[in-house]
Design a protein around this ligand. Structure first.
Ligand code: NAD
Ligand code: DAU
Length: 376
C-alpha cells in the first residue's frame, strides 16, 4: 500500500519489543524505500536481537535511548527529517503495573507527552498531510465487559482498571488533545491481545509455551473464565499499515481478532498444539548447533495446568468491535486462532536460543514475586 507521501521517514519507538519488532520487520520488507529509525530504551522487554537481521541495511538505524529524553528525540526528528512516528514504546504488562506502577506513569504518560511536544515543534503546519503521529494503544482503556455486553466500539467510554490501562488511557487523551488543540495529525489505534514471535515470556501465551517445555506449572488465574480477543501480531501490523496510509487524522480505530476465547480454553488448545508439535520439531540450541527438542517433560502437557490466585482487579472480558476499520479502511484479520497458535508454538520450539537467556535471575525474581504469592 502506498500514498502520495511515499517514501516515508519513520521513527518507531519501542521497536525492539514484541509488536514493535514485528512491525519493523514488516515495514522494512513491505517498503524498502522508506527510512526506519528505531528508538528503544532496551528495558527488560526490549531485545536488540529482535532486529539483528536488519543490521547493515541502509534504510534501517537503531538508537538506544529513552522517549522521555527530549533533546535526543528533538535531535532524531531533525537529523532524520522524520515525517511519521509509530509510537509503540510502553511499559506493557499488567502484573508489573500492579507491583510497581511508577515506570508506567513515566514511560506511558511522560514519554508520550515528550514525543507529542517534540513532534509539535518539528512538524510543518503548512503541510499537515506530510506528517503522521500513530499512537499504538490498547482495548484495556475501555475497562471490563460482562458476558452479554456488546463489544467495545470507538465511542465506548473509557474505564481503565489497572495502573497499566490507566496510563495508556491518559496517553490516549493526550494524543487526542494534541489533535484538537494544535491540529497535530494524530491517529490512535486500540487493539486487543496480540500473540506471535518475539513476545516476552511474562505474557500468557509465551509463558505457557516455555513453562511446558521446561516442565513448570501452567498458572491459570482465578477460575480461568476470563475472556480475551486474540489477534496474531502479523495481522496487527497489517492493520497499522492501513491506518498509517489511509487513516483520517484525529480518528481512533479499534483493531481486534474476532476471536474471543476463555483463558482456560486457550491454554488447553495450546497444550494440544504443544503435544502435537514438540517431539518432532527441530530446535536451535544455539547459533552453531542444532538438535531435536527433548520430549515434553510432562505429557500430555495439560497435566501441568494449575489454577492459582486471581490477578487483583482482573478484567473479566474484552471484545473488540472492529467494524470501523473494516468498512472505512478495508482491513480484516486473516490468521485463525488455530493457525496462529500453531505458528507461535512452532516459533518458540525452534527459538530456544532466543528465550532461554530471558529466563534470567531478574526474570526469576519477577516470577517469584507474581506467582509464589499466588500459591505456586
Ligand atoms: P513490549 O513490552 O514487548 O515492548 C515495549 C518496548 O518499549 C520494549 O522494547 C522496551 O524496551 C521499549 N521501551 C519501554 N520504555 C521505553 C522508554 N522509556 N523509551 C524507549 N523505549 C522504551 O510491548 P508490546 O507488547 O510490544 O506492546 C507495544 C505497544 O502496543 C504498547 O504501547 C502496548 O500498550 C500496545 N499494545 C500491546 C498489546 C499486546 O497484546 N501486547 C495489545 C494492544 C496494544
Ligand atoms: O488487551 C490488550 C492487552 O493485552 C495489552 O494492552 C497488554 O499490553 C497485554 O499485556 C495484554 O494484557 P493482558 O493482561 O490481557 O495479557 P496477559 O498475557 O498478561 O494475560 C492474558 C490473560 O491471561 C489475562 O486474563 C490474565 C491471564 N493470565 C495471564 C498470565 C501471565 C493467566 O491466567 N496466567 C498467567 O500466568
Amino acid at each position: 500500500m502506498s500514498d502520495s507521501r511515499s517514501p516515508r521517514r519513520l521513527l518507531v519507538t519501542g521497536g525492539a519489543g514484541f509488536i514493535g519488532s514485528n512491525f519493523v520487520h514488516y515495514w522494512c520488507d513491505a517498503y524498502p524505500n522508506d527510512r526506519v529509525v528505531v528508538l528503544d530504551a532496551l528495558t527488560y522487554a526490549g531485545n536488540r536481537r529482535n532486529l539483528a537481521a536488519l543490521d547493515g541495511q541502509e534504510n534501517f538505524r537503531f538508537v538506544a535511548g529513552d522517549i522521555c529524553d527530549r533533546s535526543l528525540v528533538d535531535q532524531l526528528l531533525q537529523a532524520e527529517n522524520i515525517d511519521t512516528i509509530a509510537h509503540f514504546a510502553a511499559e506493557s504488562h499488567v502484573d508489573r503495573s500492579i507491583i510497581e506502577p511508577a515506570a508506567f506513569i513515566q514511560t506511558n504518560l511522560v514519554g508520550t507527552f515528550t514525543l507529542l511536544e517534540a513532534f509539535r515543534q518539528h512538524w510543518d503546519k503548512e503541510r499537515p498531510d506530510s506528517y503522521c503521529f500513530l499512537h499504538v494503544s490498547t482495548d484495556e482503556v475501555y475497562g471490563s465487559l460482562n458476558p452479554n455486553d456488546a463489544a467495545f466500539t470507538e465511542t465506548t467510554p473509557y474505564a481503565p482498571n489497572s495502573p497499566y490501562s490507566a496510563s495508556k488511557a491518559g496517553s490516549d487523551h493526550l494524543v487526542r488533545a494534541y489533535y484538537h488543540t494544535y491540529g497535530l495529525p494524530t491517529l490512535i489505534t486500540n487493539c486487543s491481545n496480540n500473540y506471535g514471535p518475539y513476545q516476552f515470556p511474562e505474557k500468557l501465551i509465551p509463558l505457557m509455551c516455555i513453562n511446558s517445555l521446561i516442565g513448570k506449572q501452567l498458572p491459570v488465574y482465578g477460575d480461568g473464565q476470563n475472556v480475551r480477543d486474540w489477534l496474531y501480531v502479523g495481522d496487527h501490523c497489517e492493520a497499522l499499515d492501513v491506518v498509517i496510509h489511509r487513516g483520517v487524522p484525529g480518528e481512533t480505530y479499534n483493531i481486534g481478532g474476532n476471536n474471543e476465547v476463555k483463558n482456560i480454553d486457550l491454554v488447553q488448545m495450546l497444550c494440544q498444539v504443544m503435544d502435537e508439535l514438540a517431539p518432532q520439531t527441530l530446535c536451535s540450541k544455539d547459533d552453531s548447533a542444532h538438535e531435536y527438542s527433548p520430549q515434553l517433560p510432562v505429557r500430555p502437557c495439560n497435566k501441568l495446568i494449575s489454577f492459582v490466585q486471581d490477578r487483583p482487579g482482573h478484567d473479566r472480558r474484552y471484545a473488540i468491535n472492529a467494524t470501523k476499520i473494516k468498512t472505512q479502511l478495508g482491513w480484516i484479520p486473516t490468521v485463525t486462532i488455530e493457525k496462529g497458535l500453531h505458528r507461535t508454538v512452532e516459533w518458540y520450539l525452534t527459538h530456544r536460543d532466543w528465550w532461554q537467556p530471558l529466563l534470567s535471575k531478574e526474570y526469576q525474581e519477577y516470577y517469584r514475586q507474581v506467582y509464589v504469592q499466588k500459591g505456586i
